[in-house]
Design a protein around this ligand. Sequence first.
Ligand code: GDP
Length: 321
Amino acid sequence: MAVTSLDRSARTYVAGHRGLVGGAVLRHLQQLGFGDLVTRSSSELDLRDPVAVEAFFAEQRPATVILAAAKVGGILANSTYPADFLSDNLRIQVNVLDAAARHGSTKLLFLGSSCIYPKFAPQPIREDSLLTGPLEPTNDAYAIAKIAGVLHVQALRRQYGLHYISAMPTNLYGPGDNFHPTGSHVLPALIRRFDEAARSGASSVTVWGTGAPRREFLHVDDLARACVHLLEHYDEPEPVNIGVGEDLSIREIAELVAEVVGFQGELEFDTSKPDGTPRKLLDVSKIKSFGWEPRITLRDGLKQTYRWYCEQLETGQLQRT
Ligand code: GDP
């Protein structure tokens, strides 16, 4: 595969820079010396608004676009607000992808999620499992929007010969995550709950579901490196999985978070909450064949994320429940 270095001086737009992924991508591009980075917060530019997005691209004409803007949430948020997850994500993607194509962006990376794959896809999940079976119902609306994005990228390549690509990260975590008690994903939710329990001296902590589902976790700084790596080494229509290639049960994850946070009480499982997909371990042989490897172990990444969380509490950026 040809290696085409990204031009560090070309205008590069990170859509969604206030989010977990976009924030990490922006930090990484700054470290690499990208000199013309463009960002807009959602209050400055509502990506669901086609007129505003068109005007932004007509004025800024970024050469490279990283599309990390999306409405995201954990299992409960996804199953409670499916209409918002479908509608917001479809509109964001259509607006950004079409405007990028119209206004001369030559490279674009669209970020999806491992939940686009069928609920019972063979594990580890290969990229060619896409559209081979029914989706997990707790996040099917979000998944359908992301699948449409993958197809949209492929269609733009076919119709206009554009070098746009898609990547599908596994479950992500790290500084900048959403720590909302019910709307967040499992790791930030557990960090928050265990931290509060450790500080209050509670004897037990509730973990949702049975504890049996298995999940894989990638630190968002590893993802940011993967994004730049793919933009420089990959130019094909098929999406590329980004993960670590190993998973743990939710029970094991909860035990690890308890250890990192210093909580010594009991775990209780609330089986009235959904388990979601039993397993979604990604096959990451494709991205590894292009020379990318994750560097941050889950234990180290969790310690660092917990430190970040505590700093946010101390500086008042986040509040306890
Ligand atoms: P998913 O990977 O799309 O299912 O997203 P989540 O990160 O929200 O959930 C992953 C798994 O962790 C599911 O089996 C949840 O039931 C389980 N889980 C356990 N405790 C929690 C919690 O406090 N919050 C969330 N979001 N999930 C939890």
